[in-house]
Design a protein around this ligand. Structure first.
Ligand code: SF4
Ligand code: SF4
Length: 255
């Protein structure tokens, strides 16, 4: 998910309503080629889906499968998938039969061969999003006959939930881009708190319980129940809480 601020990068034309042909299935001779030597950014909701699919604690998942880089945001690290140490730099989730986490594969894997860009000026819901078709010589899926438009591809790849969560994340990442922990060095206490909410949801769940965080706000009982059961809902609460902590306002109302 690229973020754009003013114009599209040179040479990139958004797909809008035009169609493209593509299909990926075990019958293509390039099957799984794209799961090797891949540069894969993981967003907070990707981490939740993957660690739950693997039945791992989020902290253990982060340690085993990711590394941090300086991405577009100079004040908050980006998270990348750690590839296997083999000659082909294989994705650790690639097995002989294909992707072993297919139902919970990250946003970038779902979106491919499209790339999604979000306009940070209008990040509410899915407004301000654009899709671009990417092509790699090794990918033969483009030669297949099945035609899609962006909306049918998004539905086909079950991207709606991911896009909704990623739009919320862009809002938070944009907030982090204002350096809300001014004066605190890299990796300081506030940044670590923000990192826990975004990338260590099991740690945040323990934190919420320990400090009785939910009791401090007027929260509808339905949302409370969803938070108790679903990490994605806890992440939504966490994002709103971070807005209060670092911007002084959010949809949460203090008791
Ligand atoms: S390279 Fe393209 S067609 Fe081949 S497996 Fe990957 S996405 Fe599918
Ligand atoms: S998560 Fe699955 S689809 Fe994505 S690179 Fe790894 S094996 Fe391939």
């Amino acid at each position: 998910m690229t973020s754009i601020k003013k114009e599209f990068p040179e040479g990139m034309v958004p797909l809008e309503n035009s169609s493209f042909t593509f299909e990926c299935h075990p019958g293509v001779s390039c099957f799984t080629s794209c799961c090797k030597d891949v540069d894969l950014t993981l967003y907070p909701y990707d981490i939740i889906r993957l660690k739950n699919a693997l039945h791992e604690d989020s902290e253990a998942f982060m340690r085993a499968h990711t590394y941090l880089v300086r991405g577009d945001n100079p004040f908050f690290p980006a998270v990348k998938l750690r590839l296997c140490d083999d000659r082909e730099k294989t994705c650790p989730f690639l097995k002989v039969q294909g992707c072993s986490v297919y139902n919970d594969r990250p946003s970038a894997c779902r979106t491919y061969p499209l790339e999604r860009a979000v306009d940070r000026r209008s990040v509410k819901g899915v407004a301000g999003e654009f899709y671009f078709l990417t092509r790699h010589d090794y990918c033969l899926g483009h030669q297949e006959e099945k035609a899609f438009k962006v909306d049918t591809w998004v539905r086909n790849q079950r991207l709606i939930e991911y896009n909704t969560m990623n739009a919320l994340w862009v809002e938070i990442d944009t907030l982090f881009g204002t350096n809300p922990w001014k004066g605190e060095g890299e990796g300081g206490e506030k940044q670590q708190l923000a990192f826990m909410v975004c990338y260590n949801i099991d740690g945040f769940r323990r934190f919420v319980e320990e400090y009785g965080l939910l009791k401090q706000f007027k929260i509808e009982s339905d949302f409370k129940k969803r938070i108790a059961k679903e990490d994605g809902e806890l992440l939504k609460f966490g994002f709103e809480w971070l807005k209060i902590v670092f911007a002084g306002k959010s949809s949460l109302i203090a008791k």
